[in-house]
Design a binder for this molecule. Structure first.
Ligand code: HPA
Length: 231
């Protein structure tokens, strides 16, 4: 069983039509999940929760409860590189998050070494090749806090170290690693980050692009689900 965390746009793609709706009770809150034969889908933002208030702990814990062997996040990002245009798909191989870290280990001394699952990332890349979908198979994701976008100065700094920027993956990957669940992420590049081009990103452009780009991801997820991927 694979866990998928994504946005509402993916639901409109008829990908999960056969799934059964289930409420999963966790120590961190209840999560509405769509459970299919070999996947469980969780809507990251539930019913319209803004990015800085997403209950990542409950989302990951719900997927642990249903017994997923791996989690694929689907996430909207801004490009930190001119040559990485909106409409691209990046399956990141690493991430950075310098503030706002979340943890399940609030009251115990336990360190996790966070990683993106190489096995799951490669499985996604292989599925993309099978689906004849051109993707970028590596990249570094910089997580910022949100809900605001970055300043130009912040982007100038981040682009020295990362390829894409978003508000999600650091939290999800870290919490999944704490639960020892392999995690990988498919990023849709929905805009250039602030200052990368002369045009400043704005929310209406980003949400339009999200809807446009998600249909490519639906095809990719369909291909991934044809194979049993774990680890
Ligand atoms: N910055 C942060 N998060 C994002 C962006 C961005 O430019 N685009 C989509 N999510």
């Amino acid at each position: 069983m694979i866990g998928i965390i994504g946005g509402t746009a993916l639901l409109e793609e008829e990908l999960f039509e056969q799934a059964e709706q289930r409420t999963v009770v966790t120590d961190y809150g209840d999560i509405d999940a769509l459970v299919g034969k070999d996947y469980t889908f969780v809507q990251r933002h539930g019913r319209g929760v803004p990015p800085h208030k997403v209950n990542h702990k409950a989302n990951i814990a719900a997927l642990e409860t249903v017994g997923v062997a791996g989690i694929i996040g689907i996430s909207s990002v801004g490009s930190l590189r001119k040559e990485l245009a909106p409409g691209s798909i990046v399956v990141i191989d690493d991430f950075m998050q310098l503030s706002g870290l979340q943890t399940y280990f609030e009251d115990e001394i336990r360190f996790t070494t966070p990683v993106i699952s190489d096995k799951l990332r490669k499985a996604i890349a292989q599925s993309a090749r099978k689906a004849k979908l051109g993707i970028i198979e590596r990249g570094v994701y910089a997580q910022t806090q949100g809900p605001r976008l970055e300043t130009k100065a912040e982007v100038k700094m981040l682009r020295q170290f990362a390829d894409v920027v978003g508000m999600t993956v650091g939290n999800e990957a870290t919490l999944a690693c704490e639960k020892a669940i392999p995690y990988a992420c498919i990023c849709t590049v929905d805009n250039y980050a602030h200052g990368v081009t002369n045009v400043a990103p704005d929310w209406s452009f980003i949400s339009k692009m999200q809807k446009k780009n998600i249909c490519m991801v639906a095809g990719l997820i369909e291909e991934v689900l044809k194979h049993e991927h774990t680890g």
